[in-house]
Design a protein around this ligand. Structure first.
Ligand SMILES: [Zn+2]
Length: 263
């Protein structure tokens, strides 16, 4: 088994819903700036804050939005959520971050396709490059120091079963180092068993697993088609920030207005 990275700062234990095990990740540092150095995205200067990646599932949907995004997008993500793994390393490898973002997006596409029983969507997500061979070998990206894992499926078999297999393989492989930890939570001999993560990467995949287990919370914007975390019912577009209307809701409204004028 690989060496676990040392824990940053201090630990915070988060109480999940009462019928679920306690999940803990610990506080992750955020720095004032991040920049690319060689192949790595690195923190610069001092840590300016810390957050627990288990507390807010938006870390997963924000990450899935990156895909093959620009370096500027990766920097913006890091400024909000920190890096995924770099505690005792020079930084997170940029290509590794992009591979994970693509992989999280694939997992969300499969999950939403499974949820809506949309055969077309899962087939599109899994088909990949055209070839005469229907077997596909999908490499699964794990920790920066871990070998790639993999999963094999056959396009000639049931697409929904393939989607199940690939979704479980991607998410399962990335939360498999979750480990139980005995924690004293009160005076006397009051103990609980918590499940513990070492990295923000694992917390992101844990949120994806929770979208599947809870069958809710995940939504897709009707304008930009990207995923977001639904905080209230009937949300159709990416959420607004505190000060302004959702940019996607605004653009959708302007498009409706333009098409009405041309009628
Ligand atoms: Zn949107």
């Amino acid at each position: 088994m690989r060496d676990k990275p040392t824990q940053p700062v201090l630990k915070l234990f988060v109480r999940a819903a009462s019928d679920e095990p306690e999940i803990t990740a610990g506080l992750r540092p955020r720095y004032s700036r991040y920049e690319a150095r060689g192949y790595y995205l690195c923190p610069v200067g001092e840590a300016i804050g810390a957050y627990d990646p288990v507390e807010n599932p938006q870390v997963a949907t924000d990450f899935a939005r990156l895909g093959n995004g620009s370096l500027d997008d990766l920097v913006l993500f890091a400024e909000r959520w920190g890096l995924l793994e770099a505690y005792d390393k020079p930084g997170d490898k940029v290509s590794w971050l992009r591979d994970h973002a693509t992989q999280v997006k694939l997992a969300l596409d499969l999950l939403s396709g499974l949820h809506d029983e949309d055969v077309r969507r899962v087939t599109d997500a899994l088909s990949g490059p055209v070839s005469s061979d229907t077997r596909r070998h999908l490499p699964i990206v794990l920790g920066q120091d871990e070998e790639l894992d993999g999963c094999v499926y056959d396009l000639s078999s049931d697409p929904m079963r393939n989607a199940d297999l690939v979704f479980e393989s991607i998410v399962g492989a990335n939360i498999r180092h979750l480990h139980p930890e005995l924690v004293r939570v009160g005076p006397g001999a009051k103990f609980e068993v918590h499940h513990h993560f070492d990295t923000t990467r694992e917390a992101i995949y844990w949120h994806v697993a929770q979208f599947a287990v809870r069958r809710g919370g995940l939504a897709r914007c009707e304008w930009c088609r990207r995923y977001f975390v639904m905080t209230h019912g009937n949300q159709r577009y990416c959420p607004s920030d505190e000060y302004s209307e959702s940019p996607c809701a605004l653009q959708a409204r302007q498009a409706r207005f333009r098409s009405k004028r041309h009628e």
